[in-house]
Every structure is written in C-alpha cells, then in structure tokens.
Design a protein around this ligand. Structure first.
Ligand code: ZN
Length: 147
C-alpha cells in the first residue's frame, strides 16, 4: 500500500469511527468552531490539569476532512502540555499549507492530513478543530469562526 492510500485509509477510518466524541461535563473548557465556507461545526471540550491536557472530546457536524482532523487531533493532543500542543499545531499548520512538504515523524498519524495541502479550500476544514481547541485552552468560552 503506498503512502497516499494509507493516508486515505486513516482519514476514512477516523471519519467513520471518530475517536473521543461527546462532551465533557462542567467545569470543562469549551469552545465552538464554525467554518462557514463548508458548514463544519465543532464543539470541543477539554480538561487541563497541571498544564497538561487530561481529557478532550469533540462533537459536531462537518465534512469528512473536518471530522477526521478533529478525531486525529484529539488522539494526538491528549496527555500533552499546552506548549507541546502549540508546537504540534504549528507543525500541522505548516503541513496543511505547504503542498509536497514532508511530515515530520513527530506528527505521527496527523501526517495523513498532508494531502489536504493540495486543496487550499479544504485547509480550513482541517484546521477548524485546532483553532477551536486553542480557543478552548485560552479559557474564553466562545465561538470562533475561521473567516
Ligand atoms: Zn469541511
């Protein structure tokens, strides 16, 4: 199986069987994200303890890319510190906005999103979960829009 097919399988799997779905009860940090270009809507709730992300969940409706990206993100960020999450976000953002760039090993399964870079209109679908998580971590419960 070549890399592109492997990546496609990962996206399909996480879209069909998204991980860490649902909502955490209060006093979780919560933020809503909306991508008007595609209609993707996400709510992310998370719990931080000693600067580390203990729990993270997402719910919402969106296209395959936004759902798979949110699912992959929750797996990748769980247990990480806020600073480590910021580093991961920067690496993912670079991957999504630079076609043909090679995914650093640290990205793990998030590398499956690399193909999105070839479809600039879909980048906001893939980054919505990250923007929403960062908003939740900022402690301001509110709605963010990608536009
Ligand atoms: Zn979308």
């Amino acid at each position: 199986m070549d890399l592109k097919n492997l990546y496609r399988e990962v996206i399909l799997d996480h879209n069909k069987n998204p991980r860490n779905t649902g909502a955490l009860p209060p006093p979780a940090l919560i933020a809503q994200g909306h991508n008007p270009l595609c209609g993707d809507q996400l709510i992310i709730s998370c719990k931080v303890h000693d600067d580390r992300l203990d729990e993270v969940r997402f719910e919402g409706t969106g296209c395959a890319i936004s759902t798979a990206s949110a699912s992959l993100m929750t797996e990748a960020v769980k247990g990480k510190t806020v600073a480590e999450i910021e580093d991961l976000y920067n690496a993912v953002h670079h991957l999504l906005t630079h076609a043909q760039s090679e995914a650093p090993a640290a990205l793990g399964k998030l590398a499956a999103l690399s193909g999105v870079a070839e479809y600039p209109a879909r980048v906001k679908c893939a980054t919505l979960a990250w923007h929403t998580l960062r908003q939740a971590l900022s402690g301001e419960n509110s709605t963010i829009k990608t536009e």
